[in-house]
Write a protein that binds this ligand. Structure first.
Ligand code: NAI
Ligand code: NA
Length: 398
């Protein structure tokens, strides 16, 4: 069928199999261009492996250190006349490339928050790999059904304490406008968001993996967080999502206790703001990212998800010597985003930005391209008017 982008709000309802394959190939090529990562992981479980940072982590592990990978995610399969989601096609493309390179790669599609999917994952590790030596936790979801209580939580993206008013952009139309976001009405909103995006599920995973004996001695586990500049504090770090990130970061010492007996260790890596399906849903953030891209590209220090994850593995998680951490014990690969010269420049542009000068002073074009690339669109090498086969299988999923 012919597949064109169909956009509704901040999501794209369609994905292109050849375009997403192109996207995956580019990421693989980047990792290969950087050469092998010494002493990297060999058997890796990635939870949230189909898009964004999780996919980039999986690609880095596979093509940067020849690791066997198991990926867990929640995606819609491709069927005749019904294209699959981007993460489905990404994974199909990834597995093809991995298998062609002689690498083990299998995937599990289902709700990672459930005990059932955790059990299936443990069984697969036992059967095929025995143990894993790295667990990447990269879920981003608007809802979670709690596996013990059955309660379904939906997260909210709200400030805490006061109304937040600032600029935002509709990145499709290019209209910059003021947005006012009402604060949470009760602790309830905060707790729901923590239940979805906090650290409890990461802890459940590590507990169950450990109890099953599938974590290797010296295992590492890493989850991803964000801080960002002061201008996004009200909606991000000091908002409901920030509370969830506090909770996630607070899980590190708990996991370290759990892993002590097997010499394991856990980390949170604070990553750069990037265009992913999740971040495009947060008000204000896309406009910030457009300005950030502009400034970082001008300075020659722009990175996408794959550059971030390659650097995380090569220069942090598996670097020789001690891993550099911040005062709160976190890995920082948002270091270039947070550089003072970068932030000063962004803050200056933030004051000036309007609908009229958006195309000139921001990299909204780069934002849009990255957004469409997530779904396999806007690749010069793909002819989107041509029929494509929407039925693409992930080899390891029956
Ligand atoms: P994403 O939306 O690209 O990826 C989310 C992944 O989670 C996908 O693989 C999806 O299939 C999977 N997933 C969602 N719900 C699931 C479920 N119930 N069961 C199984 N899999 C499920 O998101 P992104 O942006 O890569 O986020 C990953 C992590 O990185 C999050 O913790 C996010 O907060 C963090 N982060 C993101 C930044 C950004 O700018 N995008 C910046 C810094 C951190
Ligand atoms: Na991810």
């Amino acid at each position: 069928m012919i597949i064109q982008p169909r956009v509704r709000g901040f999501i794209c309802l369609t994905s292109h199999p050849e375009g997403t394959a192109q996207h995956v190939k580019q990421q693989i090529d980047h990792v290969k261009s950087k050469g092998k990562i010494e002493n990297g992981p060999k058997k890796v479980l990635v939870i949230g492996a189909s898009t964004g940072f999780g996919l980039a982590s999986r690609i880095t592990a596979a093509f940067g250190t020849d690791a066997a990978t198991i990926g867990v995610f929640f995606e819609k399969p491709a069927a005749p006349g019904k294209p699959g989601t981007a993460g489905w096609y990404n994974t199909a493309a990834f597995e093809n490339e991995a298998h062609a390179a002689g690498l083990y790669a299998k995937s599990i599609n289902g709700d990672a928050f459930s005990d059932e999917i955790k059990r299936q994952t443990i069984d697969l590790i036992k059967e095929d790999l025995g143990q894993v030596d790295l667990v990447v936790y990269s879920l981003a979801s608007p809802r979670r059904t709690h596996p013990k209580t059955g309660v379904a939580y939906t997260s909210v993206l709200k400030p805490i304490g006061q109304v937040f008013t600032d600029k935002t952009v509709d990145f499709h139309s290019g209209v910059v406008s003021d947005i006012s976001i009402q604060p949470v009405e009760s602790e309830e909103d905060i707790n729901k968001t923590i239940a979805v995006m906090g650290g409890e599920d990461w802890k459940f995973w590590i507990e169950q993996l450990k109890d099953a004996g599938v974590l290797a001695d010296g295992v590492k586990t890493v989850a991803y967080s964000y801080i960002g500049p002061e201008l996004t504090y009200p909606i991000y770090r000091n908002g409901t999502i920030g509370r969830a990130k506090d909770d996630l970061e607070g899980t590190v010492p708990v996991l370290n206790d759990l892993l002590e007996g097997i010499g394991g260790i856990s980390y949170v890596s604070v990553n750069k703001a990037l265009v992913t399906q999740s971040s495009s849903a947060i008000p204000v953030v896309p406009l910030y990212i457009s300005l950030l891209y502009k400034v970082m590209k001008e300075k020659g220090i722009h990175e996408g998800t794959i550059e971030q994850m390659q650097r995380l593995f090569a220069e942090r998680l598996y670097a020789n010597g001690e891993i550099p951490l911040d005062e709160k014990g976190r890995i920082r690969v948002d270091d270039w985003e947070m550089r003072e010269d970068v932030q000063t420049e962004v803050a200056k542009l933030w004051k000036q930005i309007t609908t009229e000068n958006l195309e000139q002073i921001s990299d909204i074009a780069g934002y849009r391209k990255d957004f469409f690339n997530l779904f396999g669109f806007s690749f010069d090498t793909v002819d989107y008017d041509k029929d494509t086969n929407e039925v693409v299988k992930i080899l390891s999923i029956k």
